[in-house]
Ligand binder design. Sequence first.
Ligand SMILES: Cc1ncc(COP(=O)(O)O)c(C=O)c1O
Length: 459
Amino acid sequence: MTKTAKQIKQEGISDFKKHINLTQTIFLKSVGLEVLEGKRLGVHLWDVDTQERYIDCFCSAGSFNVGRRNTEIVDALDAAIDSWGMGDGMFPSGPKAALAEKLVEIAPEGLNNVMLCSGGGEANDSALKMARGVTGRKEVISFVKAYHGHTGFSLSAIGKPIYRDSFEPLIPGFTHEPPMNDLEAVKRIAGADTAAIILELVQGEAGIFVAEQKFLEGLRKICDERGILLIFDEVQTGFGRTGKMFCCEHYGVTPDIMTTAKSLSGSVYPISAVIFNDRARKFMEANPDMIVSTFGGGDLACVVGLKAIEFLEQNNIPRHAAEMGDYIGGAILKLVEKHKGLVKEVRRKGLMIGLEYTHDMMGPLMSFFLGTNGVMAIFSANNPKVMRLMPPIVINKEEADRLIAALDNSMASVKKSAKIIEAASKIPLVGNAIGVQELQVFLILIAKTIGKVIPKSGH
Ligand SMILES: Cc1ncc(COP(=O)(O)O)c(C=O)c1O
């Protein structure tokens, strides 16, 4: 008996809940995003059952810059399957060499060497090992609320204790003290035993905090003077997201090591890359077996990665991202004025956009109302007050207009619920508990009831 779409969805979600992630399923339901991903194309994804179409503004935290199932990239993968497989991690191959050459060509000058890996955490692990290996020093400086992945070295560099606490003791020698853009704090702690300073140029999970020009210049100077390796984690910011191929191009500051991942996947095949200068290469040369990866840079992944970069270049997508960022960013500023009191600050670089609301609860509520308006958007893991808007950077004007209309409708809806939340916050006990997830869910239920009387926009 063939299953109905509704049954497929129910079973899919129930098995996911049972075997993969119970809490995530409950959370997504609570913010109105109980979706089983079905068709996906360009900026959109469709729910298997309802066939509702969403503009994806989460994109697996910025992994789908070229759009979902980009036909050029899917075709390249299709053709590659006829000739290539995984490839042997030990041996050279055409696809690996071609991708490495392209990465060096598009990276800032001096970053001539490439190590291919599978994910962002692995890329950061490799970068940090290179830095320790080449300097013979132990200490690593990362930043408050930094996010670098969940593998050993990367997790040790994460700047939010909640991710680290359950796994202590982690790798010693890591400090996460300096706040982003606080050069004096770095100066105080960077010393003769510091191997590396690692940072995101726009902190993503932290809630879209953009590095300042003087700060990056200052970091480069400190590193040069004190023999420290500077690592830019461009896992989220890379491949056009911020309006340039790499975010560091905005600043004209070149790191010693740059890590990339997410959108190198062309939205279809995981791959990541560490791109580094000749100084960092010294350790790899002397120790060829110390930082390796069996699946890193499999041949199929390399074909996809190369095609993704070519697509970005040939269609001038980084520039398009800058233009669409200005367009959407400008419209958001007008909406902030129109719905006064909801949004405290808008932070943005290209199409990496963060809306900081005035209250923690606004993040989940906006997720919910945006969902009912055909937009999938999730607040920052490290900062629920901040909604991240990171649509595929191929988004066109018509799609951008739909996104702006959805934001407008959702802000209007949240504003009504906000009155209840504000009133509740003033009762001391409730005010203290408002950050607790159960209470947030409860408030969303209230908002849902309000939502019933608020018309949905067509999508
Ligand atoms: C800036 C940054 N670095 C590293 C990572 C980890 O990447 P992965 O999940 O592929 O290991 C992420 C993931 O979101 C990220 O945003």
